[in-house]
Design a protein around this ligand. Structure first.
Ligand SMILES: CC(C)(COP(=O)(O)OP(=O)(O)OC[C@H]1O[C@@H](n2cnc3c(N)ncnc32)[C@H](O)[C@@H]1OP(=O)(O)O)[C@@H](O)C(=O)NCCC(=O)NCCS
Length: 179
């Protein structure tokens, strides 16, 4: 008996590079292209129509819930050479993407960076920067909106000044002004 469940219409390419943990469930119509390694941890649930692409490593922890249509990919097409069609330019440096144990991604979210443990990525969000443990991020690009505070043992909303996305934008703007 298989120790995990794969529903119908899934396309798992380069199957030897895909490791699926005990009790994991791959829902209908999931596409995984594992040129690099793909590791799906024990008890994780890969929602319908998820797409996972790996040039190096996509590691999904234990008990991770990927909402339907989540896209996780650790590589891009190179586009810098204007004399060639992008499809002929090859793949840019893949870098490992890890999704921490117990995390959850909302429907149709795009994961282009790593997530810590028990993180939430809101529906339709695009994650471009790594998330620490225990936070909720959302938006395009996703910014941290709530974070667990170990001192008070409560989740706190981050006000606009603390939102790392905004700070990053201000820093970038100032750097451009100074050049
Ligand atoms: C993230 C989520 C869980 C809400 O968490 P929450 O702690 O209740 O967050 P709140 O509703 O209090 O929202 C906090 C802030 O994040 C914003 N926000 C929440 N979800 C968002 C999203 N998906 N995209 C953009 N912003 C979002 C809110 O507008 C709010 O912003 P504000 O502080 O400027 O008003 C929910 O919005 C979500 O996206 N769920 C995913 C549902 C899904 O895809 N399910 C699939 C089944 S597995």
């Amino acid at each position: 008996m298989e120790e995990y469940l794969i529903y119908k219409n899934c396309d798992l390419r380069n199957r030897p590079n895909i490791q699926i943990g005990k009790g994991a469930v791959i829902q209908e119509s999931v596409w995984i292209d594992a040129r690099g390694k793909v590791i799906i941890g024990e008890g994780s649930n890969i929602g319908r129509r998820c797409v996972i692409g790996s040039g190096k490593l996509v590691k999904i922890g234990k008990k991770v819930l990927l909402g339907p249509g989540t896209y996780v990919n650790d590589m891009d097409h190179a586009y810098q050479d204007i004399t060639k069609p992008i499809m002929d330019q090859g793949i840019t440096n893949p870098r490992p993407i890890k999704i921490g144990d117990g995390s959850w991604t909302g429907i149709n979210s795009v994961v282009r960076a790593s997530m810590g443990k028990n993180c939430v990525l809101g529906a339709n969000s695009v994650l471009t920067h790594d998330l620490p443990d225990y936070c909720m991020a959302a938006g395009q690009p996703a910014i941290i909106r709530k974070q667990y505070d170990p001192k008070t043992k409560k989740w706190k909303s981050l006000n606009w000044i603390n939102r790392i996305g905004l700070l990053r934008k201000v820093k970038k703007y100032l750097a451009q002004l100074l050049h």
